[in-house]
Design a protein around this ligand. Sequence first.
Ligand SMILES: *[C@@H]1O[C@H](CO)[C@@H](O)[C@H](O)[C@H]1NC(C)=O
Ligand SMILES: *[C@@H]1O[C@H](CO)[C@@H](O)[C@H](O)[C@H]1NC(C)=O
Ligand SMILES: *[C@@H]1O[C@H](CO)[C@@H](O)[C@H](O)[C@H]1NC(C)=O
Ligand SMILES: *[C@@H]1O[C@H](CO)[C@@H](O)[C@H](O)[C@H]1NC(C)=O
Length: 459
Amino acid sequence: MWSRFLLVFYSVVCSLCLPAGRDRPIFTIYEIPEWIRYEGYVAERHHVTTHDGYILEMHRIPYGQHQTTSATRRPVVFMMHGLMVASNSYIALGSQRGVAYNFADAGFDVWLGNARGNTLSRRHVTLDPDDSEDKSQFFDFSFEEIGMYDVAQMIDYVLNYTGNEKLHYIGHSQGGTAFLVLASMKPEYNEKFTSVHLLAGVGYQEYFPNSALRTLATFTNVIYAAALGLGIVEVDSPLSFNRTTDDSADYSLPDICDDNAEQEFLCDLETITKLIRDDVIEEDIMGSMFGGAALKQIAHYGQNIRDKSFRRWNYGAIRNREIYGSTSPPIYNISLITANVTMHYTVNDNLLDERDVLAMANDMPNTVVRRVARDDFLHADFVAAFDAKDLVTDYIIESMLQLQDIEYIESEEDDSENIDDSTESEDITDPNKPDSSSIIVLSLMIKIYLSIYALWVIV
Ligand SMILES: *[C@@H]1O[C@H](CO)[C@@H](O)[C@H](O)[C@H]1NC(C)=O
Ligand SMILES: *[C@@H]1O[C@H](CO)[C@@H](O)[C@H](O)[C@H]1NC(C)=O
Ligand SMILES: *[C@@H]1O[C@H](CO)[C@@H](O)[C@H](O)[C@H]1NC(C)=O
Ligand SMILES: *[C@@H]1O[C@H](CO)[C@@H](O)[C@H](O)[C@H]1NC(C)=O
């Protein structure tokens, strides 16, 4: 049942993702550095192997479009993506509006992380995520491991590689959760942050805004156990996508909607998403754009929503006592987070309530909040909206520059060779016309929020 529903679901989401017409190359998720170079920047690919064997991919934009050398040491910005996306979310808006590019142009050395298990970090020194025996072990992680191991080790790698002592951290959604976990579980890491900006960073979920999902979260354990029983440990794997694009798997959506009232929800979903994008076409390249995640990441959020508590994974009373020494899981004690944090949030966020943001800021000693000055700004808009630069990014840049040596950054922009570059770059990007890759990634974000929703509803 699960897999059939998932197949249906994938055919829904695939049909909504792509607009027709493209005049520029499309870069898959595997080609992020190529895409960055296409936008006129230098790009590097780095790999970090965690202590528990996951091989993570990182991307680096060492300097901005109008700077010509990496010889000077620049202040580092490390950026961590949200749930079920990857480092491409920070470049999706193109060279003028993409957050990563904006930071690079402002004089920062930009590093983009990828969490274990996403399409780019879906590798391990001994475990094969596609092997039916290995996969349950490979995907046995949630955002806690991403924060405590992946983010910690990527940060160490970046600091060592660049010779910097500290960096600026940017985390969107789950990228914010990962920071909260790391800085509370390993408080020594607080020293490594010059500043931290969380964009709708999810932690406390006492007032989780979506009441339907809140009700469904009550069944988290049942859902998760059922999924494990069926061998489902991963969401949006490249393999599951391949299955649906296979010609022999004939699950076209209109047929199902005609025949089967059971799946009405999905048909409604299709109608809704068609309204969002009525210019959709199907395209199998989509398969390589998915971010992917472990089901346990979503289940862990589900537990926290259900329990109205930001705490560690709940194994059940008996195992909790073995592992944690208490029948209920310990909380993440965010009062131990001493780093200077700004929590950016929006009042119209469907996954994070203002009251929870304020409560977190109240419990963290050096934290301020900043409400986005557009009330209909959404959860994904931090990386997907065209006005994110004016409303959020410019503020962050200014605030980070104040903590750095601004003068040397500005003097570097004065390179004489750059006059040619800038005339050339003029026709490259109209900020209001994203290229095809951008549109795919932005469409994916819509898909991701729908799919989180669908994951709960389907089972
Ligand atoms: C730090 O970087 C140097 C070279 O840049 C490398 O030899 C060393 O192994 C790195 N250390 C760690 C802990 O990554
Ligand atoms: C998915 O299919 C494509 C093309 O058939 C193939 O190159 C790719 O390796 C497949 N991905 C996985 C994870 O099997
Ligand atoms: C959280 O940390 C603070 C500061 O060390 C401490 O006073 C408090 O008791 C801790 N709370 C819990 C629940 O562990
Ligand atoms: C936070 O910022 C204040 C002033 O802005 C500074 O004095 C303090 O050292 C900073 N704390 C950390 C942990 O960087």
